[in-house]
Structures are given as C-alpha cells and as structure tokens.
Design a protein around this ligand. Sequence first.
Ligand code: HEM
Ligand code: HEM
Length: 186
Amino acid sequence: MSATTLPASDAGRYSYTGLQRGLHWLMAAIILAAFALGVWSAYLVVGTPLRRALLDIHKSLGMTALVLLALRVACRLALGEPPYRKPLDTLSRIGAHMAHGALYLMMLYMPLSGYLFSASGGYSLPWFGLFSWPRLLPRDKMTADFGETLHHWGAWIIGGLLVLHGLAVVWHVFVKKDEVLSRMAP
Ligand code: HEM
Ligand code: HEM
C-alpha cells in the first residue's frame, strides 16, 4: 500500500509535521537562492553596483536562514522525527543521520562565517533594506580575511552536501522506490 492510500491519521504518523515540512521547504528555497546569488556575485567585479545589490539580498537571505534555523532546531528537538514505515537498513540510517547532522551544522556555519566576514570587514549587514543587523565585532582585517576563507570553503562543503542530499532523494525515489520523499512532501 502506498502512503497516499493510507488513512490520513496513519500516513501522518510517518511524515514530519506540517510545521517541520514547511520550515524545510522554506529554508531550502532561501538557502538555494542565497547559494546561487553568492556564486553569481563571485563572478562580478568587486565594488560594482550589481554585485553590491546581489550581496545585500544574499546577506538578507542568509541571516533569515539563521533566524529560522533556531525555530527549526527547537521544533526538531521538541517533535523529533517520524518513524519509517519500512525501517531503513542500519547503514542507510547512520548515513542519513550523519548527512542531516552535517547539513544542520552547515546551516549554522554559513551565516556565522558570512557574518564574521561582513561585520569585521566593516561591510553592510542589511535585511532587505528595512534595518541593519547589529555589528557585534570590531573592525579587523585579519578576522575579516579569516571569515572570508571560512565562508568560501564552507560554500564548497554545503554545496557538496546538498548534491549528496539530492542524490539520496533520487536514489530513494527511483531506485529503492520507498516513501522517504513523502515524509518531507511539501
Ligand atoms: C531542493 C531539494 C531538496 C529535497 C528534494 C529534499 C528532500 C528531503 C527529504 C525527502 C527529507 C526527509 C529525509 C528522511 O525522512 O529521512 C529531507 C530532510 C532534510 N533536509 Fe532536505 N531536501 C531538499 C533541500 C534541502 C536543503 C537546501 C537543505 C538545507 C541545507 C535541506 C536540509 C535537510 C535536513 C537537515 C533534513 C533532515 C530533517 C530532520 O530529520 O530534521 N534539504 N530533505
Ligand atoms: C545559508 C547561508 C549562506 C550561504 C549558503 C552562503 C553561500 C555563499 C556562497 C556560495 C558564496 C560564493 C562563494 C565565494 O565567493 O567564496 C558566498 C559569498 C559571500 N557571502 Fe554568503 N552564504 C550564506 C550566508 C551569508 C551571510 C549571512 C552573509 C553576511 C552577513 C554572507 C556574506 C557573503 C559575502 C560578503 C560573500 C562574498 C564573498 C567574497 O567576496 O569573497 N553570506 N556565500
């Protein structure tokens, strides 16, 4: 029997809650957009108005992800994860937990390293033109360069993890033909 033919109450038992699914997809959209804008801006000449505008949106999205992450982690701790109707084998379960843990870590690392770079470099910290985030660090070139290096390498790590995450979903849907995607269906 597929998840769609299960009684609503039974199907719900094996899915993340609506709030958890909503946060996953909202944050996925925000993070993928921030990633794309970050990569685009890397190809533009430093100081041009387009690069500045893109980075302002990039920073606004990144800081939004940081705030949402706090809510998401609180939900995860309070609500846990649903059981698998057909339990995963041990290796897949450990692999999934490690990959998801690494994604949570990188969702914290990326905004923090971006903030470190921008705040200590004396750069803007806007939120969609409505207000500026407080600058909690003194201006210091070495710290800013360090933050930039952390952010740059972090971009490769989260990019790699997201490719793995996408491939794992494709594997579940097309090879294993199980219900993993329906657990997080929008
Ligand atoms: C856009 C394509 C994406 C698809 C198709 C997708 C799909 C999924 C699915 C099906 C699950 C549930 C896995 C399970 O039940 O074991 C999941 C969990 C998860 N996804 Fe994604 N995802 C996407 C993007 C992202 C992005 C951009 C992020 C953030 C960096 C992300 C972070 C996570 C995390 C941390 C979990 C674990 C949730 C938990 O157990 O608390 N996903 N995703
Ligand atoms: C989920 C959050 C974030 C993701 C996924 C992300 C991703 C990226 C990527 C892929 C790049 C281009 C790679 C590179 O040039 O090295 C980049 C660049 C950049 N990001 Fe982020 N970022 C995030 C959050 C932030 C935040 C919160 C800030 C600042 C408050 C920020 C500031 C910057 C800046 C200033 C650059 C340009 C780097 C340079 O000129 O070397 N990012 N980001």
